[in-house]
Design a protein around this ligand. Structure first.
Ligand SMILES: [Zn+2]
Length: 451
């Protein structure tokens, strides 16, 4: 993600957001994308019996005590009380009696192709690093995220690295490299002047962090192209620049018109692909809700009427709180110390929480280091969410946003054996998620520090 403050001269920006999923056989859509996962072909005969001291199933409000999870190949074969579920003959036993076992975590807003945005880093990545080099960085980032417990992610655009996320997704699915299950966005879509790179002379052609469209026809064509080359979902930027009024009120400048967004949503949904909308607030936010996008990303300045419309239309809110806590200084300067986007965001989040809108866990990892995004849980809980609801937002609810609720997001028979474990009780201390000790993806152990 990249966000530009609108002040008289163009300033280096803060954050950019992107994402896109890609499918090997067909695109990931509303009706259940396919997963071409090498782990499903491997070791189908391997049986694991995992004994959990405590277990969070991804759907309930409480922990279950002394549970057994039986795994055959890449799937969960049985879950139940250890007193009732017997260990199959020949099973490998994993002892997590001192731990809490949870479904693999899902981050619905990441940027594998970003490695920090401080001090011109974004421009440097686009201007000085080849797509090949950036793909190597993305491979390293994917591993960090997986080892931190994120077994599935929506990666929300490559920020100028074109369709390279499709290759990362495919390499993970084919077992070439370790990484989360991915849905990828590819290029994302914005308008002329609606996305970096910015601030260069008109005489100098520079790359863009998103695909630029300036009419409904161009918008529809961009959706078709991105799906053709492997996008699992579409990401649009409906606001970009922003400024503060002297009173400290945030003003978000829209990019795409309502007609352009309608064309994008219509075309994507015709092709059974979802649309994620980056929006702060104001007209750009309202246009996305009106056009019927599937998720609002960031939504740092949600008005009550928009929240109500999101509830009515079933639109998910992906808040990415932690990303904004990282960068208060510029906002404090701009408002004379009155406020920051982080505090405006907190207010939006608290009202959204009370409204019952569906909140999916998403972090914007990339501008800040990959593998550290579990910090998001801490802010969700600090701003009023119960720990159980925060955990559901990163498991069963996030799976629904991805239309993958049939395969991930809860510990149930038939689902992929994607599991993590922490030493303590995450309902008592949500920061336990920042210290994941065990990760399994598709029945394969990624890490086990509990031995
Ligand atoms: Zn982002």
């Amino acid at each position: 993600m990249k966000h530009s403050r609108w002040i008289p001269r163009v300033l280096p920006l803060l954050i950019v957001c992107l994402s896109r999923p890609g499918a090997v056989n067909f695109a990931a859509g509303q009706f259940g994308p396919t997963v071409d996962d090498a782990s499903s072909q491997a070791d189908a005969s391997r049986v694991i019996a995992l004994r959990a001291g405590r277990l969070f199933d991804g759907k309930s409000d409480r922990l279950l005590e002394d549970q057994m999870v039986v795994i055959r190949g890449d799937r969960i074969a049985e879950v139940g009380p250890a007193a009732r579920v017997s260990i199959p003959a020949g099973a490998e036993v994993i002892d997590l009696r001192r731990a809490t076992v949870l479904p693999g975590l899902i981050d619905t807003h990441t940027h594998l192709f970003l490695t920090g945005e401080s001090a011109g880093r974004y421009d440097e990545q686009l201007l000085k690093e080849s797509w090949q080099y950036r793909t190597i960085e993305a491979v390293v980032n994917a591993r960090k995220d997986l080892e931190a417990g994120f077994t599935t992610m929506r990666d929300l655009e490559t920020e100028g690295a074109m369709y390279s996320d499709v290759d990362v997704r495919n390499a993970i699915n084919r077992g070439l490299i370790p990484g989360p299950r991915l849905q990828v966005v590819t290029r994302a879509i914005s308008t002329t002047g609606g996305y970096p790179l910015e601030g260069y002379s008109p005489e100098v052609p520079v790359p863009s962090g998103a695909q630029i469209v300036d009419s409904p026809e161009e918008a529809r064509k961009a959706v078709r192209e991105q799906i053709k080359y492997g996008a699992d979902l579409i990401k649009i930027y409906s606001t970009h620049r922003f400024r503060f009024t002297p009173e400290g009120k945030l003003v978000s400048i829209p990019t795409l018109t309502l007609d352009e967004i309608r064309a994008i949503v219509d075309e994507a949904h015709r092709e059974e692909v979802k649309v994620a909308c980056h929006a702060y607030g104001g007209e750009g936010l309202r246009n996305c809700i009106e056009a019927g996008v599937d998720s609002i990303e960031h939504g740092i300045d949600l008005d009550d009427a928009s929240i109500q419309r999101m509830v009515e239309k079933g639109i998910y809110f992906v808040p990415t709180l932690y990303a904004y806590e990282n960068e208060p200084e510029e906002d404090l300067r701009a408002t004379g110390g009155k406020t920051t986007r982080a505090r405006i965001h907190e207010n939006s989040f608290r009202r959204a929480l009370a409204s019952g809108v569906k909140i999916a866990f998403g972090t914007d990892a990339g501008p800040f280091p990959h593998g550290t995004q579990a910090k998001e849980f801490e802010y969700m809980v600090r701003f009023g969410m119960t720990p159980a609801r925060a955990l559901r937002s990163a498991t069963s609810l996030a799976a629904e946003l991805m239309s993958w609720q049939d395969r991930i997001g809860s510990l149930e028979k038939g689902k992929f054996a994607d599991l993590v474990a922490v030493a303590g009780d995450p309902l008592a201390d949500i920061t336990e998620l920042e210290r994941v000790k065990f990760v399994m993806k598709g029945g394969r152990i990624v890490r086990n520090d509990m031995k």
